[in-house]
Ligand binder design. Sequence first.
Ligand code: C2E
Ligand code: MG
Ligand code: MG
Length: 266
Amino acid sequence: ERLELENDLRQAIELDHLDLQYQPIVDLKSQNIVEMEALARWTHPTRGALPPMKFIPIAEESGLIVPLGEWVLRHACTQAVQWIEEGIAAPDLIVCVNVSSRQLAQPNFTHLVAGILKETALPAQNLKLEITESTMVLDSESTIAQLYGLSDLGIKIAVDDFGTGYSTMTYLNSLPVNTLKVDASFVSRLGGEGQAEAIVQAIIALAQSLNLEVTSEGIETELQADWLREMGSDLGQGFLFSRPLTINEAKLALLKARKGNQAEAA
Ligand code: C2E
Ligand code: MG
Ligand code: MG
C-alpha cells in the first residue's frame, strides 16, 4: 500500500495534481490577517482526499518531500505575489511555508529558494519558512549554514511545533530564528489539567528574552485566545479565526480583512 501511495504521490507531484490551502494567521490584538500558512493537500485519484499526516511521512521517508516542498514553495510564492499585486492583500503579507529538515539538508537549498523568489518576484521579507522543532537537525553544520544563508537573504525563520522537541532550546540564541510557534497541544490544554499554562508562559518568556515573535497554533476558543493574548503571544492561528481555506475562500477572507482595515483607517 505504501509503495503504491509513494508511486501515486510521485506522479501527483509531476502532474501538478497537488493543491494548497491557506490558513490565516492573525495579530491577536487587532485580529488582522498578517500571514497565510500554505498547507499541502492531495486528493488521491481513487482514495479521495488524504490528510498531510498520511502523505507527508511517506514523502519524508521516500525523499519525495524535496520535489514536493519545492512545488509548495513555488506555488505559495506565486500566490502571495498575485494577492499583493491585485491589492487583495497588504504589501507586507507574509506567506509561511513548511520546510522539511530533508530539504534544509540539501546543500543547494538556499540557492533554490533564492531562485524561486527571483522567478516569482516575491520580496524575501514576505516569506517565512517553518521548520518543525522535533526534526531540526542542528548538529549538522550544513543545516545551520543554510539557515544563515536564508536569513541573510531576508527570509524569516519560524520554529514550528515548539515545545515538542528537546534540542532547539540550547541552540536558540545562536540560530537566526524570528518566530516560535507554540504547539497546538499546549494551547488545547490551557485551562485543563496539567501544566500547560506554565509551559506556554515559559515559552513566551523565553521568546521575549531572545526578542522572538510568538505565534500560537491551534486556537479554537475565545478563552484560549484571551489567555494567549494576555500572556503575550503576538500572533494566533486556529479554527477560532479560520480553518485552512481554498484559494478562492482565502481571497475572500483577505478582501474582507482589507476592507475592514481601510474602513477603520478612514
Ligand atoms: P503544521 O505546520 O503545524 O500545520 C498546522 C496544522 O494544524 C494544520 O494541519 C492545520 O490544519 C491544523 N490546524 C490549524 N488550526 C487548528 C485548530 O484550531 N485545531 C486543530 N485541531 N488543528 C488546527 P494539516 O493541514 O493537516 O497539516 C499537518 C502537518 O502536515 C503540518 O503541521 C505540517 O507539519 C505538515 N505539512 C502540511 N503541508 C506541508 C508542506 O507543504 N510541507 C511539509 N514539509 N509539511 C507540511
Ligand atoms: Mg507549520
Ligand atoms: Mg505546527
